[in-house]
Design a protein around this ligand. Sequence first.
Ligand code: HEC
Length: 491
Amino acid sequence: MRSALALVFVVLLADAPALAETPTALYSSHCATCHGADRFGGTGPALLPENLERLRGPQAIETIANGRAATQMPAFGEVLSRTDIAALVRHVTSPPEVAPVWGGAEMLASHHVAPGTPPEVPVHTAHPLHLFVVVESGDHHVTILDGDRFEPIARFASRYALHGGPKFSPDGRFVYFASRDGWITKYDLYGLKVVAEIRAGLNTRNLALSDDGKVVAVANYLPRTLVLLDAADLAPRRVLEVTEAGAETASRVSAVYQAAPRHSFIAALKDTAEIWEIPYAAADGAPVRRIAVAEPLDDFFFDTTYRRLVGSARTGSPVVIDLDTGQQVARLTTTGLPHLGSGISWPWQGRIVLATPNLRDAAINVIDTETWQLVRRIPTAGAGFFLRGHEASPYVWSDAFLSADRDTMQIIDTRSLEVVRTLRPEPGRTAAHVEFSHDGRHALVSIWEMDGAILVYDTATFEIVKRLPMVKPSGKYNVSNKIHLSAGTSH
Ligand code: HEC
């Protein structure tokens, strides 16, 4: 009798898969150990819709079926049916049934400060202000590069998917990183160690550091908050719910910027027709200034005085806002979709011009920052993402990252406003993101491939002087250029 019953159970169990487990059950049994029962992440990254925006359906299926080589993400192709995998993709790209909570208590529980006292002098012999911080997006590592010898002095695992540029303390000693999943990491460039960490959100866009080096501001998509941290140890100071005056729902924060001359942060809001100006004193409770605009603005560029802001609008070309009066003072007459966040400026014929790469058009727009008129449209090899220059060099470098000619790099003369040279660093391989050395004598170009590299160019001869293998290097940041707010780089 017993064995007969057991047999019935065995048969039932064997039949169970036909009853199709729910996606929630599949997730709990196969994924939760690494990605968290709440999908907030663990050994693996967070699996929430906001975090997976860049991983489209087929790619998500591919990841789950085949896993990711050289990482802990296993292949489920032999374990789960295609239907189950598709159901799991729908599950992780849909909002959880209970809205995720990440407030002060959760932040505090994630806060960690490394024990011990940081060293008084660097533990390395490289010039601390000449260093480069290189983000290797292929395997989520950061390399610290000696900026004179172009040799790596440290390499460490970062949090998953660093987002937005890292920011440096005013003395150049510390660097702050934000990750896609909301982790803020403070790293000591003297001791070559992480000194503090906190998770400020579940999906984060970027961070900014006050020019006095005391407050870190974090722009979040999830939850819809702007978080202010103490820059010394990353302890939370204030969480601002980003709710429009009188509105019920909050807005995602697209990005936050430091506006040094104004002693404030400026935040771009995704879902609300407002710009927020957050005085540093807001960390102690001072009120936020809300500037009403005609429609939500994204992706900002500031003029050198930080009085004028250029923001891209959803409809039409970018608008110029006077931050003192809060009024719109101009609309740009550009073509395509300017990438304002990568805009740079330089003096030209007695005025300051702003040049922006173009996400849609094979052209660089050059705009007069007095009249906001287009002074030149420089045709390029293809739509690009980054533009970089340096005070000590007459040339700016532009990529064609978003086009078929993504293996080219073009050099523009800032005097004639013309392309003077086209480089093809490694034919067939994506060339992206240039950063100059502190003295402008070298330009570092990323070969954005898994078996990629950083190529060090001499900016006078355009010859490659060194090749450093790297795993899909994306951004690289020179300490000196960043802390001196070099006009040739974005901040
Ligand atoms: C043993 C730990 C582990 C398990 C179990 C696991 N994962 Fe992962 N998963 C990872 C890690 C680690 C990564 C990051 C890989 C990398 O560095 O690219 C990852 C990445 C992913 C990604 C890509 C995320 C992104 O942002 O690109 C998806 C999607 C994913 N996992 C889904 C799943 C699903 C669904 C399951 C269950 C069927 C699962 N994982 C089980 C560890 C795991």
